[in-house]
Design a protein around this ligand. Sequence first.
Ligand code: SF4
Ligand code: ZN
Length: 318
Amino acid sequence: MANKLKQGTRCTICKSKGQNNKAVVYLPHHRLALCKPHYIEWFEKRTQKTIKEFKMFKPDEKILVAVSGGKDSLALWNALTKLGYEADGFYIDLGIGEYSEESKQLSIDFANRIGRKLHIVPMKEKIAPIPTIKESTKRPACSACGTVKRYYMNKIAKDLGYSVIATGHNLDDEVATLFGNTLGWDINYLKRQYPVLEEENGFVRKVKPLCKITEKESALYSFFNDIEYIEYECPFSEGASSIEYKELWSKIEEQSPGSKLRFYSEFLKKMHPILNTENEKIGHSEIKKCLICGEPSYNDICSVCKLKEKVKSKTAKA
Ligand code: SF4
Ligand code: ZN
C-alpha cells in the first residue's frame, strides 16, 4: 500500500481544500492518497459508515468490545471511543504462556489510556488454561478456544447488561473465512457470515464494524495513533488454513486492487439474501438451554459444560 505512494504526492483531501500537505499513505482501491490526520479521519468515518450501513447499534447502546491485545481489536476500541460510543472491553485470559501475559498487559494499558473498563475473564479459574484443555480433551486448541471465547463473551455481555458485542474481524479475516466456506460450499456457515448476527434465544447481538477495512489499514491506524499491540501470533495459529488463504488473497489484491472488497461486498449484496430466503430450513436446529448452566445450547448439555467435565475427570485421574 504505502510502497506505491509516489514521492511528493499530496493528500487528496488537503488538495481539495486548497492545502498542500504531503500524503503518507496511498489506498489504491479507494484511489486516495492521504496525510496522517486525514487517514485517521477516513478510518473512523469508514467504521461509522459500516455501523450505519448494517444498522449495527444505536448511539446510546452499551457495547462490549472483544479485546485480544492485537491491532484490530484495539483499533476498533479506539475508533468506537473516538466516535463517541459507550464501549468497554472484554479480555479472556487464555493462559497461553507469554502470548497471553503480553497481550493482557497491552490490553490493560490501552484501557487505562482511553479511560474505559476492561473486564478480564481468566480461563485458569473458569476451567483451565487452553494448553491444559487441549491436553485433557485431545481437541485442537483453536476449537476449544473458540468455544470458550464465544461462551464467556456472550455470558458476560448478558450478565453486565451490554446489548451488543463488537469484534475486530477485518476484511482479510472475512474474505479468508468466506473463501474457506465457499471451497466447501458450507451453506450453514455461509448463512451466518454477515456483519451483524441479531440477538436470539439467549445470544447477544454480534457485530463486526471493521469488516470493510483491511488488515493493513487497521495496522496503519494503530501505528498512527501510537497504539501498542501484540505483534506476534498465538503459537497455536501456526499452520491454520486461514493464514494460507490470506496469503493467496494478498497476491490477488496486489494484481487487482479492490478484489477482496468486491468478493466480500458482492457476497453480502447478492448471495447472502438468497441463502437466507431460499434455504431457510437448511441446518435449522432448535436452540435449548443447557441443563447445567442455563446458557443457550444446541444439545442438552452445552459445549463448555462438557469441556469442564472432561477436564475435571482428566485432572482427577492424573
Ligand atoms: Fe485461540 Fe487458536 Fe486463536 Fe490461539 S490461534 S487465540 S488458540 S483460536
Ligand atoms: Zn452449560
